[in-house]
Design a protein around this ligand. Structure first.
Ligand SMILES: Nc1ncnc2c1ncn2[C@@H]1O[C@H](COP(=O)(O)OP(=O)(O)OP(=O)(O)O)[C@@H](O)[C@H]1O
Length: 533
């Protein structure tokens, strides 16, 4: 596709030179009242048709190549996001990366990058053609042509800054809008629709302002370049005209006949055309540059996570070595030099008042957060990021996410080959054996279709079904009655020894499972793992 794009784009220059020649031939013939002009006339028609054809082919191949390249970038970005790269991106920023930025890179490669090469080659061809007939016209072309790239370079940094700001505000708008869309029910409940609509309008206005600035620079650049081109064409016209009227006698001008002079004159606008097209696409370059800068860290991060993880077959030995952690911008150090070892197959219970950092420690162990200092090890090796730990740990959090599908679809995320009997068994262990449609009960992403408690137990069932050697469970028995809690405790006890369990809980009954327990206090004190029971 790209090769055809180059061919169709390059075909235009020789055709333009020939077209100018044929037009000059025809005009001179008409002026001299030559009897038969059908040959230049038909050749001219043929050239015009070929140019139109090449132009249409170029537009088609260019759109195709831009779509292909954009799609390839989009696939790479999607792959990186799915591997967990770009963990700090909001959903809106991720969608901007997938849609807008990937598209901008595609448009640049199929547009500006192609035109830059085409313009260089076309300039050389036109110069050769001009010099072969009249060196003064050649010199005019040679001296005026660099004005266009030099001017583009002069406006370059300003255009780049404007494109950067436009992209930044688009990312912000994407994230802001998506957040409001997600929380639309909450906004409606608090009658905040009008205020939020206004806020989205304001953010949208900012984006519009930045976009208008980019367009203003693009239009102004094009207008100035048009002026340069027009002045240069006028210079050639003046030179040719003065010679045809025998008013000056410099250069090879005195030998110019009408046809050659007209050909040179017709060549002049064609000479500047590729450079003007290049300038017109300059804002594409700035947009692609800004997009590439935003995407590069994501794709580099994606590359490093591309190696498939080795799933450990046995329970994981977990070590924390002087781990400290504080959320960015927070005054409170939640963990301070925390050290402990959980042997493979043991159960560590995290206890403490609400807000003391139990879920945070689970996230650190899962690799969802990175410690400020210290190291967390799985089987003696630095804990992999969650993105690289596929299959090595299973997580059941307080706010579980599901895929749109059935209960069975969601359970099989953890164990794709599990048969229905295994699914029924794990559901029974978690007290979910009386769901309205059993394994076929339909769910949405937020667990709609189940009650909040059932949703949390389904997430627990999914973790229990997973063959992962490390299970991280956040309040698995919260808000359950005693019978259900005992059932779940029994299910967890059955996994002890085969899996390493880390459980955050307020429940004294669940805490009896602990081989080790860790009390997280309100102040940043040093904590040691203690043997329990
Ligand atoms: N993303 C975050 N950014 C900043 N602070 C956070 C973030 N998440 C949690 N915190 C703060 O960190 C502290 C510990 O939160 P965490 O959820 O780990 O507590 P917890 O012990 O699990 O609480 P609970 O028992 O209520 O679940 C809280 O004060 C909370 O406000």
């Amino acid at each position: 596709m790209v090769r055809w794009l180059y061919l169709s784009a390059l075909a235009d220059t020789p055709l333009a030179i020939v077209q100018a020649g044929l037009l000059a031939w025809l005009a001179a013939g008409l002026l001299n009242s030559e009897p038969s002009l059908w040959l230049p006339a038909s050749l001219l028609l043929l050239t015009l048709a070929l140019r139109a054809l090449a132009g249409a082919a170029r537009a088609r191949f260019s759109a195709g190549a831009a779509a292909d390249i954009g799609q390839a970038v989009r696939n790479a970005v999607a792959e990186a996001l799915l591997r967990g790269a770009g963990g700090t991106l909001t959903a809106g920023e991720a969608s901007t990366a997938l849609l807008e930025q990937a598209g901008a890179v595609g448009r640049y490669h199929a547009g500006f990058a192609v035109q830059r090469r085409v313009a260089s080659l076309a300039t050389v061809l036109f110069l050769l053609a001009a010099f072969s007939v009249d060196w003064i016209v050649g010199v005019i072309f040679l001296c005026t042509a660099p004005l266009i790239p030099v001017f583009m370079m002069l406006v370059g940094s300003g255009a780049q800054r404007a494109a950067d700001r436009q992209l930044e505000s688009l990312r912000f708008l994407g994230g802001y809008f998506l957040d409001r869309l997600r929380g639309v029910l909450t906004l409606r409940a608090f009658a905040r629709e009008a205020a939020e609509q206004q806020a989205v309008d304001t953010v949208n206005g900012e984006y519009r302002k930045h976009t208008m600035k980019v367009l203003r620079i693009a239009f102004l650049t094009s207008a100035v370049l048009e002026l340069f081109a027009a002045l240069s064409v006028a210079l050639v016209a003046l030179y040719v005209g003065l010679h045809l009227l025998n008013l000056i006698a410099i250069g090879p001008g005195p030998r110019l006949d009408f046809a050659t002079g007209l050909w040179l004159l017709l060549l002049a606008p064609e000479f500047y055309q590729p450079l003007r097209q290049l300038a017109a696409g300059y804002h594409d370059r700035a947009a692609a540059h800004a997009a590439a800068e935003a995407l590069a860290p994501l794709l580099e991060e994606g590359d490093t996570t591309s190696a498939p993880a080795n799933v450990s077959a046995t329970a994981t030995t977990l070590t924390l070595d002087q781990v400290s952690f504080r959320y960015p911008g927070s005054e409170e150090t939640l963990l301070h030099d925390c050290s402990l070892t959980v042997t493979a197959g043991a159960c560590l219970v995290l206890r403490g008042d609400s807000g003391t950092g139990k879920s945070t420690l689970l996230k650190l162990i899962a690799g969802l957060l990175a410690p400020d200092t210290g190291e967390i090890g799985h089987n003696g090796r630095p804990a992999p990021l969650l993105a690289q730990a596929t299959g090595n740990l299973a997580w059941a959090g307080q706010h579980p996410w599901f895929i749109h599908g059935t209960v069975a679809d969601n359970l099989r995320l953890a164990a794709p080959d599990a048969d229905d009997a295994a699914l029924h068994q794990v559901l029974a262990e978690c007290g979910l054996n009386h769901l309205p449609a059993g394994l076929d009960t339909a769910l949405d992403e937020n667990g709609g279709g189940l009650s909040g408690g059932q949703g949390r137990r389904l997430a627990l069932a999914r973790a229990l079904l997973s063959p992962a050697p490390l299970l991280l469970l956040d309040e698995p028995t919260a808000e359950l009655d005693e019978t259900l809690e005992q059932r779940i405790i029994a299910a967890l006890r059955a996994r002890k020894g085969q899996r390493t369990l880390v459980i955050a809980t307020h429940s004294p009954a669940l805490a009896t499972l602990a081989d080790q327990s860790l009390w997280l206090g309100p102040s940043p004190v040093s904590m040691e793992g203690q043997a329990h029971g």
